[in-house]
Design a protein around this ligand. Structure first.
Ligand code: ADP
Ligand code: MG
Length: 693
């Protein structure tokens, strides 16, 4: 349970003073649902009100704080004109300009002859200094009430800056005094402040330098977050290793048959990965291994061999893919190899219905069925295995950690192999998988040709179509990808449909269309037609993004490439260059490019190395956006920026490892404080793996 000392931090925003239900909702969308989320909402700028010149010395365009005497009021002649308050300080005239003034509020605010302190942006208008709608006004006796330096927060429309600032202030005033969870020696070495002090300082910048992510307070907060992340992963891992595993070692009989049936030899890195996997499976503890390999590096056959190892030993194995298309494709690629080995393989997705479905379920439960390929339908409760020994999860970044645990709960001591096709930068691997064992496929399978990548402005569409005609005449098969428009599937679809019609006018009925809204069987039919060569051009929304394998496809056209993330573009490009023939990728872009988009496309043109691309993606966009963290189950960080704090992550990992080794149940005083840290960063699930204490 969450410790009581944290309760004030987990109050809903609507309970904070100054935030009614409507504003609370806005603030919630901006920062998150709890008080603590406002504490994590750090300023991105500041307004310095310490600059207090005389009127005559005030430069236009700057924020200034002026002490002036109210001289006269100039009410507007008609309601569209502003009300002006003329003031002076003996060196010149300052006009305060107010639009839409109602009632006598302004007269009361500025009685004639009163000396006031006003702060805001000033501009010269002929020889009069003007300040339109001052940010702050106080009687001179209260000049301390105008904050010398004001933090500026990332904002959202409709939420007044002042309201947000006050709400954050309120949270900071009530910060509990939490026990120190960091190692004091480490804090001392880095000269980092305590937690509360760090937060208060991060929210009260004195100058621009205080806003940098490298200041001691911000580093300390980032490190707290990273440590919470790494400790949570270490604890979950510890719990898994406490679950007993079992030794699984096959005879090699089935694998030999498959190896003989393969039209190629395994690459050295495929062999190395398999040796690591076999060793894990043969060990008594549970395997939790990540197989990272760039697009087309041949992970599927590695998965098959690992699964056959389990089958040879008399157990069952399952392979889970993120989409229906992929699950079927895996089943189709694997089926002939399984036949060669005399092993049965079945598919289970949401689409299997009725008798076919119950047959698969029965035979999985009885143990008759050695291999099953499926989607997350495999997670469902009705699915039971008699003796599942290995779960392979393909394209992991689409699944969350808890799903991974769910599948491994389907059997006694299930080994788990997670495969990612998207190369993940080292730092992100660590945040998502912690200390998980990693195998990497570093070479592309033999015979691959590089993909020629070119960028073309969209207004040259006709030339592109002509080029595609030439390629098709030479026998090429072409993917034509239309992007997401406006985040709306409807419009998304409209764009693809329109492009399909346009290309049909020029290519006739050898153009197909596939998109996410299609019914499964229709999708499969189109994919099959393209794969068999009945279609030359396949117009697609991003449903083809992951894993689809048509080796004969050699041209990839991506419209509005600037709207895609780097990782996604890399994935898409990976759909071609899979066969023996040279391939081309055309990135069509809107000529009105942002600088970042331009750099992204350049990176893609310059390299095909997925790991280089991933690192570049991290640098250009920051960790939160790489891989679309929100949908991906990768952790999002509020305080740590991996592009800046990446080096701290490795330290946090070592720290977490040491903590779990010395104090696995977090019972020592520091351990108790670390429990608080886990709850503070909402790693409740990890905290719950702890025995009470
Ligand atoms: P990914 O890692 O993207 O999942 P796949 O497993 O789909 O890659 O493999 C892509 C293609 O490469 C498949 O057609 C597969 O048969 C082929 N392939 C796999 N391993 C090798 C190899 N060692 N030599 C040649 N081709 C291979
Ligand atoms: Mg794959």
């Amino acid at each position: 349970m969450r410790p009581a000392i944290l309760f004030p931090l987990f109050k809903p925003l609507s309970s904070l003073s100054g935030l009614g239900p409507k504003l609370a909702r806005l603030a919630e969308r901006l920062a998150g649902p709890h008080a603590v989320d406002l504490a994590w909402h750090l300023p991105s700028g500041l307004i310095d009100r310490r600059f207090a010149p005389a009127i005559a010395d005030a430069p236009g365009g700057r924020i200034a704080t002026l002490t002036v005497r109210v001289d006269s009021h100039v009410p507007p002649l008609n309601p569209r004109h502003p009300h002006k308050v003329r003031c002076t300080d003996g060196t010149g005239v300052l006009e305060l300009v107010y639009f839409h003034v109602r009632g006598d509020w302004i007269q009361r605010q500025y009685p004639l002859g009163r000396t006031v302190v006003v702060s805001g942006k000033v501009e010269w208008f002929h020889d009069t200094l003007q300040m339109t709608h001052p940010d702050a006004v106080v009687p001179v006796e209260e000049r301390d009430g105008i904050e010398a330096v004001e933090p500026v927060y990332p904002m959202t429309a409709g939420l007044p800056a002042k309201t947000l600032r006050k709400a954050v202030r309120g949270v900071l005033e009530e910060l509990p005094d939490l026990p120190e969870w960091q190692d004091p020696a480490w804090l001392g070495r880095r000269a980092w402040p305590g937690w509360r002090d760090a937060l208060c300082r991060a929210h009260n910048p004195e100058d621009e330098a205080d806003l940098l992510p490298t200041t001691p307070p911000r580093q300390r907060l980032a490190y707290d977050e990273l440590l919470a992340n790494q400790l949570a992963l270490a604890l979950v891992r510890l719990q898994q290793s406490r679950l007993s595993g079992r030794a699984v070692a096959g005879t090699g009989a089935l694998r030999d048959k498959v190896a003989a049936a393969l039209p190629f030899a395994l690459t050295a890195s495929q062999q190395r990965a398999l040796e690591e996997i076999y060793a894990d499976m043969a060990a008594e503890r549970r395997m939790l291994r990540l197989l990272q390999g760039d697009v087309g590096s041949g992970k599927t056959v590695v998965a098959l061999m690992a699964m056959l190892n389990a089958v040879e030993a008399g157990h069952q194995a399952a392979l889970m893919a993120p989409t229906e298309i992929l699950a079927r494709q895996h089943a189709e690629t694997l089926a002939p190899l399984c036949w060669a080995a005399g092993v049965e393989i079945a598919v289970l997705t949401g689409r299997e219905k009725g008798r076919a479905r119950s047959r698969v379920l029965e035979r999985a439960a009885s143990g008759e069925l050695p291999l099953v390929v499926g989607t997350h339908a495999l997670f469902q409760e009705e699915v039971a295995f008699r003796d599942l020994a290995l779960a392979v999860i393909d394209e992991q970044h689409r699944f969350g950690v808890h799903q991974r645990l769910q599948l491994s709960g389907k059997g006694r001591a299930v080994d788990v192999l997670v495969m990612t096709a998207t190369p993940i930068p080292r730092t992100l691997t660590l945040t998502a998988y912690g200390d998980m064992d990693v195998s990497r496929l570093t070479e592309k399978p033999a015979g691959r040709k590089p993909v020629q990548t070119a960028t073309v402005a969209l207004d040259r569409l006709e030339e592109v179509v002509a080029g595609v005609h030439r390629k098709v005449a030479e026998g090429a098969r072409v993917y034509w990808v239309c992007p997401l428009v406006d985040e709306s599937e409807q419009l998304d679809l409209a764009a693809a449909t329109e492009r399909h019609a346009y290309l049909r006018a020029s290519f006739g009925d050898r153009v197909g269309l596939v998109h996410g809204k299609m019914r499964g069987p229709d999708k499969d039919a189109v994919m099959a037609a393209f794969s068999e060569g009945a279609l030359d051009v396949l117009v697609a929304t991003t449903v083809i993004e992951v894993g689809v394998n048509v080796p004969e496809a050699t041209v990839m056209v991506i419209e509005h490439a600037e709207r895609f993330g780097l990782a996604q573009l890399h994935q898409l490009r990976g759909r071609v260059g899979r066969g023996e023939k040279a391939s081309t990728c055309l990135l069509l872009f809107d000529p009105h490019l942002t600088e970042t988009a331009r750099q992204r496309l350049k990176t893609l043109r310059d390299t095909e190395d997925g790991f280089v691309i991933a690192e570049e993606d991290l640098r250009l966009r920051g960790a939160g956006e790489v891989l679309g963290t929100r949908q991906s189950g990768l952790p999002e960080f509020r305080l740590a920026d991996l592009a800046v704090h990446g080096d701290l992550l490795a330290v946090a990992r070592d720290d977490a490892r040491l903590i779990v080794e010395r104090d696995p149940d977090l019972r020592t005083p520091r351990g108790q404080a670390l429990r608080t840290l886990l709850y503070l960063f909402e790693r409740d699930a990890a905290a719950k793996t702890l025995r009470s204490g």
